[in-house]
Design a protein around this ligand. Structure first.
Ligand SMILES: Nc1ncnc2c1ncn2[C@@H]1O[C@H](COP(=O)(O)OP(=O)(O)OP(=O)(O)O)[C@@H](O)[C@H]1O
Ligand SMILES: [Mg+2]
Length: 378
């Protein structure tokens, strides 16, 4: 057992660097929250929480992802509802870890992306960081993406720097986060900074199709898809989307992969619902596998995080497409698949507080690395 600190306290508060990360991604499934200690060498998870969005909040967030009436008032009101969920997560983390708010250096609160248009010069994450600072009594770092966009970058993905910090190996490795959208980071032990980009849809179309056919929000464990077979003609049509042929840097979101986009691809298709689900699952896997094979075919393994790691049919399809490379969930490397993205935003908050750059211009295409985020003091 470790010797007691010389001041007689149970802990050594000054050696701790506690940060909270709050992530609510494009799937709109809810909030992933972590409390982590970033005192070197590795982030140590102290508590985690997941709060699903209430149906009304999810519906309003989804509605705000496309053009509609009175968006400013609706956006502001919805942001207040969102940060109430954020604040509830923070309270739960502190309660679980038995830590006072004052012990936490900052919260990294991503907000909810409702527009991502880097080519037009903006990206919008709905958030109310001032309100969250007031509710939590902790400094809040928010608006991580805008500075990279202002510097000419895509503002996404922002997680490759964190992936490199925690998953780098002695061999070339890819890390794939399968959220609503799937994004990839390519880590090389020697030779250049990490690369990364958004591959295309992860779960967003899978969830959409499930919601039309089952009383469920998602295809649990990929069981629905597992009952069907791939419609090769439909798969080829889906893969015709020009986004896949674009070279990086590139990022995408719900703006492109909408219900209308899916319906246009499905027009005239008579396949059974489970065959469609299987085909959409194969489509997500193929978009990811093509990204690996085209841009980092020399990787030895592919580490998967995000909710997609739970979809067995998707993971099996990836393993098959990428063999002999090993496809493994990040859990095997010590970080649970559903904690990685929230940890990344806790890590980015720490970078901001320390005035350290958080972006990788090699990933986003920005003119240079920038300190990301704005600080709202408690
Ligand atoms: N048991 C499961 N089986 C299959 N799919 C699952 C399961 N659990 C979660 N998922 C999928 O994972 C999704 C949520 O993943 P996640 O939270 O990583 O995505 P996200 O919110 O879009 O995050 P981000 O944008 O940060 O990547 C769900 O919408 C669902 O499609
Ligand atoms: Mg999520």
């Amino acid at each position: 057992m470790a010797a007691a600190p010389s001041d007689g306290s149970a802990h050594e508060p000054h050696s701790r660097e506690l940060y909270v990360g709050l992530m609510s991604g494009t799937s709109l499934d809810g909030v992933d929250a972590v409390l982590a200690d970033f005192a070197p060498p590795m982030p140590a998870l102290r508590a985690h929480s997941h709060r699903p969005f209430a149906p009304a909040l999810r519906a309003e967030l989804l509605a705000l992802c496309s053009t509609g009436a009175n968006e400013i008032d609706r956006g502001a009101a919805t942001a207040l509802h969102l940060v109430q969920v954020y604040a509830d997560c923070v309270a739960e983390l502190l309660e679980t870890a038995q830590i006072p708010a004052a012990a936490v250096r900052a919260i990294g609160a991503h907000g909810q992306t409702v527009r991502h248009r880097p080519d037009a010069g903006y990206t919008v994450q709905l958030n109310a960081p001032a309100r969250l600072a007031e509710l939590a009594g902790i400094d809040v770092v928010a608006d991580f993406r805008s500075r990279d966009v202002a510097a000419g970058g895509q503002g996404a993905p922002l997680v490759p720097a964190f992936h490199a910090a925690v998953f780098a190996a002695a061999h070339p490795r890819a890390v794939v986060n399968i959220g609503g959208i799937a994004n990839i980071s390519m880590l090389r032990p020697a030779g250049g900074p990490p690369l990364g980009f958004d591959c295309g849809p992860g779960n967003v179309l899978l969830d959409l199709h499930v919601a039309r056919h089952l009383p469920e929000a998602f295809d649990r464990d990929g069981a629905f898809a597992a009952r069907g077979s791939v419609d090769a003609a439909l798969l080829a049509r889906l893969l015709d989307e020009p986004y896949f042929a674009l070279p990086p840097p590139k990022s995408t979101g719900r703006e492109l992969f909408t219900a209308d986009w899916l319906d246009a691809a499905l027009r005239g298709c008579t396949a059974a619902p489970e065959d469609l689900q299987r085909t959409l699952t194969e489509f997500s896997a193929q978009g990811i596998a093509d990204s690996v094979l085209r841009w980092c075919a020399d990787v030895h393994d592919v580490v998967v995080c995000g909710g997609g790691a739970r979809n067995r049919t998707l993971m099996d399809a990836l393993s098959e497409l990428l063999a002999p490379r090993v496809v493994l969930a990040s859990d095997a490397l010590g970080i649970a698949h559903d904690h990685v993205e929230a940890l990344a935003f806790a890590w980015l908050a720490r970078r901001c507080v320390r005035r350290e750059a958080g972006s990788l211009p090699s990933v986003t295409g920005a003119r240079g690395a920038r300190v990301l985020g704005a600080i709202y003091p408690r």
